[in-house]
Design a protein around this ligand. Structure first.
Ligand code: ADP
Ligand code: MG
Length: 250
């Protein structure tokens, strides 16, 4: 599904991702953990083409993605192809990023409609069925500021799913939530995982990682320092830095 080889990413002279290699199989749930500033968000943003990379390659379903930067210039794939690639990769952010002036339903139908992926009737039907799936069938006409954080994040998940992505990226989806609202978002993510969605999840929710991850990837200072099953990473990690990190979060 995703093949990342020798990926390097700089912000100016700051070397943020250093030789990342990672392959992700269809249907896999991969949880990425690691200290703040280790490059987790940047790695997700590169996978969703939100950031250019300076060297290496990212392949999604055997197609290379376009934003390679050379001598300060981006060599991009044509916008049309880029949009197509982006449709395959859904993303959910820490701060929901809902459009405040649009109803819940219209947040969900906006992209499928503007990208011409669905007609209005189909888009609305899709929105209602996705809202039912995340337990918000009765909130279609509400506006984001009428929702709790947990509800907003479930709308954000439904919105990403409306594009029928092949893979979903989650960047600390519960970090902005009050503790009592975290469970409802994790439950929606668990449902998705059980349906076979390929998921890459950056989270500090170690319970989710233990229960749902096929693989836990540990990042530190721009590198993947180790990866393994939750059983191995949480009980017998190979790297001292992993032990130190887990000691702080567990
Ligand atoms: P994490 O998600 O693991 O906390 P990030 O990917 O956000 O880490 O950040 C990795 C490094 O890149 C940090 O040192 C951060 O300060 C830096 N960084 C992140 N985004 C930018 C940006 N837009 N411009 C410059 N530096 C950035
Ligand atoms: Mg981050």
């Amino acid at each position: 599904m995703i093949e990342i080889t020798n990926l390097d990413k700089y912000y100016g002279s700051h070397h943020v991702l250093k030789g990342i290699n990672l392959s992700i199989q269809k249907g896999e749930v991969v949880v990425i953990i690691g200290p703040s500033g280790s490059g987790k968000s940047t790695l997700l943003r590169c996978m969703n083409y939100l950031e250019p990379i300076q060297s290496g390659q990212i392949m999604i379903e055997n197609e290379p993605i376009g934003m390679i930067e050379h001598n300060g210039k981006q060599r991009e794939m044509p916008q049309k192809n880029l949009n197509k690639m982006r449709e395959k990769v859904g993303m959910v952010f820490q701060n929901f990023n809902l459009f405040p002036h649009l109803s819940v339903r219209d947040n969900i139908t906006l992209s499928p409609l503007t990208l011409g992926k669905m007609n209005k009737n189909t888009a609305n039907k899709t929105a209602y069925s996705l809202l039912a799936k995340v337990g918000l069938a009765d909130r279609a006409t509400a506006f984001p500021d009428q929702l709790s954080g947990g509800q907003k994040q479930r709308v954000a998940i439904a919105r990403a799913l409306a594009m029928k992505p092949h893979v979903m990226l989650f960047d600390e989806p519960t970090s902005a939530l009050d503790p009592e609202l975290i469970g409802e978002v994790l439950d929606a993510m668990k449902e998705l995982a059980k349906e076979g969605m390929t998921m890459i999840v950056v989270t500090h929710e170690m319970g989710f990682a233990k229960e749902m991850a096929d693989r836990v990837v540990v990042m530190d200072q721009g590198q993947i320092i180790e990866a393994g099953t939750p059983g191995v990473i949480f009980t017998n990690p190979a790297q001292e830095r992993t032990k130190v990190f887990l000691h702080k979060v567990l």
